[in-house]
Design a protein around this ligand. Structure first.
Ligand code: 6PG
Length: 249
């Protein structure tokens, strides 16, 4: 579905519902995957967690899209992970593995989950090293993912970068340990690692996102970490449904 961007926000696309935006996300992902493999022989993607991307993952797991992604040349990472076992209901790995990865023919060595059996600090160090082993940063400070999928929490967090968290000032590390206030310890890509991506794609749906979406699209502030995602030399797009877009001017 090719739709015009929002009149006031040129990188925001408003869809009737989650299903429609998920189809668009799947088409965009397939296009970036093919382009990356054509140009560099490999597609590096970081998946998001939460519930919003589940429909997208299911779409990617079935034809025609499952046949459009060059899975043998695709390396899958996560933008963030909860420090729980991979079979825990809160695991972001479990969400993607159940809906997608267990249903497609991707080499097991191409799936790079966070090793949450380690303590968070060690898990972050090991995860960062695995990223750097697969995505050579070359002369850049950060490895460059071809695509990073993100969601936004009702509090404006994205990945596991939480409002006014110390993690927002990290400028050297690619992956760091954080924790959700009152929740799980986490491992997350750092903000500069996210902003190094070629393509950042936010998915947001539902009325609960509406108050923070308007703020996320305005000037970057640590109060709303999603507002701080501004790719340095990449594209940014928000695919949202009408409910989430209800408070945009
Ligand atoms: C996480 C996610 C997180 C998520 C948002 C939105 O591990 O919590 O990565 O950043 O994307 O919280 O979650 P929903 O899609 O469930 O609204």
């Amino acid at each position: 579905m090719s739709i015009a961007p929002h009149a006031l926000y040129p990188y925001v696309y408003v869809f009737p519902d989650l299903d429609a935006l998920s189809h668009e996300a799947a088409d965009r992902l397939c296009a970036v995957a093919r382009e990356a493999v054509q140009e560099r022989g490999v597609f590096h993607i970081a998946l998001s967690g939460g519930s919003t991307p589940a429909r997208l993952y299911r779409l990617l797991a079935e034809p025609p899209r499952s046949l459009q992604v060059p899975w043998e040349n695709t390396h899958v990472f996560w933008g963030d992970e909860r420090c729980v076992p991979p079979d825990h209901p809160d695991s972001n790995f479990l969400l993607a593995n159940t809906a997608l990865l267990s249903k497609i023919d991707i080499p097991p060595g191409n799936v790079h989950r966070v090793h949450t059996n380690e303590d968070p600090q060690h898990a972050a160090v090991f995860y960062e090293q695995e990223i750097l082993d697969v995505i050579d940063p070359g002369s850049s400070r950060f490895p460059r993912f071809d695509m990073i999928l993100l969601g936004m929490g009702d509090d404006g967090h994205t990945a596991s970068l939480f409002p006014n968290g110390a993690e927002l000032s990290e400028q050297a590390r690619t992956a760091i340990a954080t924790s959700k206030p009152g929740g799980w310890d986490r491992v997350t890509l750092s903000l500069p690692a996210v902003n190094a991506a070629r393509h950042v794609l936010f998915l947001a749906a539902g009325a609960a996102k509406a108050p923070l979406l308007a703020r996320a699209l305005h000037s970057p502030t640590p109060d709303v970490p999603a507002s701080m995602v501004r790719p340095t030399d990449g594209t940014l797009a928000w695919l949202v449904d009408r409910e989430a877009a209800a408070q945009l001017d």
